[in-house]
Every structure is written in structure tokens, then in C-alpha cells.
Design a protein. Structure first.
Length: 285
């Protein structure tokens, strides 16, 4: 509420007759006058704010790790497998071999020396298809699980390939930038003199090849320009020849029409001549 200082004590008596004990907005029991309300305003109390529920953090999808080189794992396990018999032969303590599915601890895996078997085992773990069904009733569910898993694997594989291509480009750009920044410092070191000389010779060869390729490209452009000019001239000649052909065709059709008319006149004249000769030879005078 809005209140004015000193208004509470002043409103305890009637403003008309001076009777005491009259509150703000009440009628005076002596004269019946209404007391002034002052500057108080009726304001509805604000509702308490509702507690804001904490936002749930979105669960991050676990990335499917495909950036595993099976060949590196095969080489590492093969090294361990070769080292284990050597340790036993020397009388030392038995080395702990990697434990695989279905094998006891401390024994080398049966397919440790077979790279294809190692790759197949790693692929099985990565695929995560689950155990094969033991009954034909669960075969459709297993097939559906395999199809869904293959879709996930293909999506993840495409993402990893794009990431690998991008990483290769970034690495190449970083190597070039690093070489450009380090080269002035390396030129001052005598230890890198031979390598820098080889690099300078290679750059000279590349520059000469670039010059040759640029000259060849310019010559090719000039030849293409000449061919384009000849094609333009031939197209103009072809257009003129087509116009002349149309004019000659029109003239030929006109000549053929005139020839046909003359032949018709000649045939009519021959018929009249024959008729006249018959009249002169055998007809009446």
C-alpha cells in the first residue's frame, strides 16, 4: 500500500465535530460525517511466484567408437602371444596374456596368431549383435535387431569417415603452416642445411614445372581461341550456304513450273497441228 507520513495519527478524530475514535472511512457516531480515506490504495497482494522446476539436462548420446584399428590390436596381441612362451622357457614368471571370451586367465588365445580371426572377433564385439537365437521363434527379433544395429553402424561409419577426411585436411594445413613458420628459424641452423637445400631444389623443379604447365595452358587456350574463330567463320559460311540453297530451291521449283507449262503448250500445239493435217488430207474442201 501507499501511505503518506503522519496520516495515521490524524485520522483518529472526526474532521467535522472533532469526536475521537473515528477510523478512516467510518461514519462519525456524533455527527454522522464520513472520514477521509487519505491516500491509501487497495492493492491486491501479489501471488507468490511458483517455484521454477529445474531443467533436466539432455542426456548425451554415447558416441559409438569406431576409430579402432583392428590391425594394431592384432599386432599388439601377437607380440604378447610371442613373448609369453619365451617367458615360460626362461624360467621366469608367467606373463599375463589377454583374456578373451571363453578362455581361461593366463592362457594365450587360440586365435592370437591369426589376424583374420582377431579382426573377426573385434568386429563381433563392435557390431554388438548379441547372441545368436537358439530357436526359430526368436530369429525374427534377432534379424530386426541386426538390421537396426547395421543402420546405426552405417551412420556412425559415415560420420567417422567425414571426420577422418576433415582431420586429414586440417592436419595437412597445420603441417604446411608449421613448416612456413619454422623454416626461417631452420634456415639459420646448420643441421638443417642439407634438408633445406634438397627442399629448395625440389621447389625449383616444381616452379619450373609450373611454368611449363602454365605456358602449355596458355598455348592450349590460344589454340582453343583459333578453333573457336574457325568454328565461328564456318558457322557463318554454313548459314550463307543454307540461304543460297533455299534460293536455289525456289528458283528450281519456279523453273520446273515454267517447263511444265511450256510442255503443256507444246502438246496442245502438236494436237492442233495433227488435226489441221487431217482436215487438209481427207476432209471436205
Amino acid at each position: 500500500m501507499l501511505r503518506r507520513c503522519g496520516m495515521i495519527g490524524a485520522m483518529a478524530s472526526c474532521a467535522s465535530c472533532g469526536a475521537a475514535g473515528v477510523g478512516p472511512g467510518q461514519a462519525c457516531p456524533r455527527c454522522g460525517a464520513l472520514g477521509e480515506r487519505g491516500l491509501e490504495l487497495d492493492v491486491r497482494p501479489r501471488a507468490a511466484p511458483k517455484p521454477v522446476a529445474p531443467r533436466k539436462k539432455p542426456e548425451e548420446a554415447l558416441p559409438l567408437e569406431l576409430a579402432v584399428d583392428p590391425r594394431a590390436l592384432v599386432a599388439e596381441r601377437a607380440t604378447v602371444a610371442h613373448a609369453a612362451p619365451l617367458a615360460y622357457g626362461l624360467g621366469g614368471a608367467a606373463m599375463s596374456a589377454p583374456v578373451t571370451r571363453g578362455e581361461g586367465k593366463g592362457h594365450a588365445p587360440a586365435h592370437a596368431l591369426d589376424p583374420e580371426a582377431e579382426i573377426a572377433a573385434d568386429a563381433e564385439v563392435l557390431a554388438d549383435y548379441g547372441d545368436a537365437p537358439k530357436s526359430w521363434l526368436t530369429a525374427p527379433l534377432y534379424a530386426w535387431r541386426v538390421l537396426k544395429r547395421q543402420r546405426v553402424l552405417k551412420t556412425a561409419l559415415e560420420a567417422r569417415r567425414s571426420e577422418a577426411e576433415h582431420a586429414a585436411k586440417v592436419r595437412e594445413d597445420a603441417v604446411v603452416a608449421f613448416a612456413e613458420r619454422v623454416r626461417p628459424v631452420a634456415e639459420k641452423q646448420s643441421a638443417y642445411a642439407v634438408a633445406l637445400e634438397d627442399l629448395a631444389r625440389t621447389e625449383e623443379v616444381l616452379r619450373s614445372r609450373d611454368k611449363v604447365l602454365a605456358a602449355e595452358q596458355d598455348a592450349q587456350k590460344a589454340r582453343l581461341a583459333q578453333v573457336d574463330a574457325r568454328l565461328t567463320a564456318l558457322e557463318a559460311e554454313l548459314g550463307q550456304a543454307q540461304i543460297d540453297e533455299r534460293v536455289a530451291a525456289e528458283q528450281l521449283s519456279a523453273s520446273q513450273g515454267a517447263l511444265a507449262r511450256e510442255e503443256a503448250k507444246l502438246a496442245r500445239a502438236d494436237a492442233e497441228l495433227k488435226t489441221a493435217r487431217q482436215r487438209e488430207g481427207g476432209g471436205p474442201a
